[in-house]
Structure formats: structure tokens, C-alpha cells
Design a protein around this ligand. Sequence first.
Ligand SMILES: [Ca+2]
Length: 501
Amino acid sequence: MRRAVFISILAALLIAAPAFAQQNDCTRNKPCGQVPWSLPYLPPLVSPSPMATIATTPLPNQNTLTPSPTATMTATTAPTPTPYDLGLTVTTFQQSASAELLNNGSFSNWSSDNPVGWSVSGEVGSDPAVSQTAPDGSAGTGAAKFYSSATVTAPIIRQTTLTSGNWYEIRLNVSAYTSGQLIAQAFGGSLSKVITAAGYYSWIDNSSHTIWQLLTANPPASMVVDDVSVKSITLNNEHTTISDATFDLFFTLPGSPYAYESARMWYRASGTANYWRAQVVRNVGNTAWDFLLDSVSSGTATNQITVTNVGTVNGIRVVASGNTHTAYTSSDGGQSWTQRGSPITNSTHATNTGMRAVYSTSVTPSMLRASSVVWPATAIPGTTIPVISPQIDTSGLSDQLATLGAMANGTPFQIMDLQGTPVDLEAQFAELATPAGLFFGYARGLSEINLGSVTTFIQFAMLTVSIILALTATQFLLPIIATAFGVIRRVAQLVLEFLPL
Ligand SMILES: [Ca+2]
């Protein structure tokens, strides 16, 4: 603007300068007369179009303005705490045992000195032979004595009561023992234990045959079986979790256990033949609990860790990370853990994600769990995790924003259109600003096409918009325009005064 004013003044001076040189005796000491060159043609000033009437609304008196009350803040709901990634938490268990499957497992029924319900083979007179005795081996009833002075795998008693592939829990009471081996198993060798001492035994395994049998080996063999029980076990479901995790099983062991009873945690499992198995097992002498970690592939277990006499624990844990397995037991419900053995490096089943609890019927499970983090010592099952409270107090800031909003609403910035109707600027600009590119695109397109009879209307609409924009802009530009206009008029006036009229 300043440059334009300067140029205008310069032009005026250039126009006037020759007149100063040649004519200086006109009235009022002003130069006059004809300049020696052709003057530029200056169009006559046309009468300015009357400006649109701009009606402004006076600002309300700030002293009497009543601000809108600050909106009532809605209390923020405390977020649900998720401090741990719980891969799996199971507290409901479905494992169950069937009714007794054996006929005359108590050996209370005999016929011709053979137990009723059983198929007896391998007898030769009284050696080898199975015969009715008292549980302590003396003359009496209620128990079966197995005897072989020299013959291997005789006598044998059998019942076809199993289903191949099913899981079974065996309970066996060897009430007297002298020598040799008593083998309790499914035909072919699955579900098998070799007994070499009197005692109570109970174990869980799956069968690969339909025949259950008791026989002797390693003669001379002499022992008495008071009772034997076979029940099928419906396993818990396999739960899907993660392969890299801290795996836990919590349980209560029986107060009067049988040898071989166990609490087993399967992890990195896939079905019932491929998995890792951490377990506490009652030892064969039924004097202590041992910890074992096994990898099981195609049903065949390979021992990885054995730690004897770990105490009456109630929790077992394996932290599996990549190919590393680190095992622990707890005797206080998971508040503290004791590492068992050294970490194992083994890639077997590294990506399996199944988990399952398998246990003797006398064991009471309480929780099977997998998590991607190690639980803190204090986070025992059932402990309430503290709620995390919001740490930023935004109430003050919100109050200020609400007050500003109320003042803005109470102080409308208003402008009238040519008809004196208030223009809703906020709505106009909201419509114009957002699709600004679209608007100008349409405007340009409309200016280049012929819409026939509608063209006039469209142009009028666009003109209206332009006027709205212009009036709005005038609010800010008017003082500047007025100043510039005044300067221009004064320059023009100066020029005209030098011109001959
Ligand atoms: Ca017999």
C-alpha cells in the first residue's frame, strides 16, 4: 500500500514538475498553463456505489454479562486394571472317575481256588498258582496269593475290561510281600507298574489294550493282593493358552497318599500324547513326594528333571521361554517358589499351546494358570489387585474452558446482510471452511459452463456468497481500505489541482 501511494505521489510530481518550470505566475501562486507534453488520460472518477449498510451489534456490557454456568463435570469411571496378561486361569475342573470296572477286584469270591470273574492261566498245581488267602498271606479268605518258585510270567489273571486309548486310574493293595515282582498292567505293557513291596499303589495312565492283567516275574515270586481297582478317567479339557509363559498348577495333596499318586500339569500340550509334564509324584516307598519334569512325545515320556523329597507342596510351576524350561514348587500357595533342578534346554513341543491338569482322584486341584509374566510373590490366587486411579486432575482446566465457551456464546459476533438479516457467520464459515477445496472447485467449474436459464441464479448465489465473504472481510479491512482510499483521493485531488480545468 505504501508503495502504491509513493508511486502515485511520484507520478503526480512528475506531472506537475514541468508546469513549475514554465508557469509560475498564475493566481494564488500556483503553476498554470499548458504542459509541453501530452497529458495522460485520467478517467473521470465515477460516483462510488453506495456501500452496503453494515449493521453491527454492540457488544454486551461485560459488567452485566451473565456467564452460563459451568457444565457439571461427569465423574471419570476408573479403568479396569489389567496389570497382567492372563493367558489362562482355570478354577473349575471336570476330571471324573467311572464306577469300578473290575469284577471281583476285592478277591472275595472264589471258585475251585480261582477268583471269580478273572481268567487264570499259567497254573501248575500249586507252583505257579494263584490261591485264596487271608490278606496277610495266612490261611483265610479275601485276598489272592501269587506264587511262582521258578517260572516267569506265571500265574496270570486277566479281565477284558479296558478300552484301548482310554485313561485309567488303578488302585492296588499289596497286603503281603515276600519276593519277586508283581506286574500290574494292560496286556502288552501299557498302564504298567512293577511292584516289589507291600503297600498301597495308585496311578493314572492310558491303555493301549483291552485286557487288564496281574502276573508275577523275577521268581521266586510270592506276594498277596488284597484289592485291585480299575476305573476309567475322563480327563479335563485341554485349554488353549500361550507357549511362552509361566505355567502354574495349585492343588492339595492327599493326607494319606498311595505310592505313585500324582498331581500333573501338562503344558505346551497338543492332545494326550504330546506335551510337557511337570508333576509331583508319591515315591514308590510311599515316604515322600518327588518332583519330575518330563517331555512326552507320542505317549513316551522322557525324564528331564527329577528331584526327590520336595515336601508336601501345593503348587508347581514351569517358566517356559523359548527352549528353556525352569521348574519350581511352592508350599505356600504360590507366595514363594523353590526352583527344582537346573533349567532345561529342549526344543520339543516348543510351539504347542495346550494346557491341562491331570491328577489322582485323591488330589484336589484349585487352579490351573498360564500368564505371560511372573506373578509377584504377594499375588496369590484370590488376591484383589489395587485399582489404578487417574493421576491427572483436569477439573480446573475444564472449568476454565467451560467459562470461555460460555463467554463466547454470550458474545455473538454478528453481521447483517443487505436485507438487514443477521448472517449466521458460524454456520456460513462452518459450511465454507470444511469443504473449501470442493467449494472453489465447484465455483471454478460453474464459471466455465453454461447452465442455461439457471446460470443467472447460480451466479446470483455465488455473488451472495461473495458478498458475505466481502462483508466479513470488510469488518477487518475497512480501516485499512479507508486509509488507502483517502490517500488515493488526496493524490488524485492534488493531481487534478495541477491540471487545467
Ligand atoms: Ca488257583
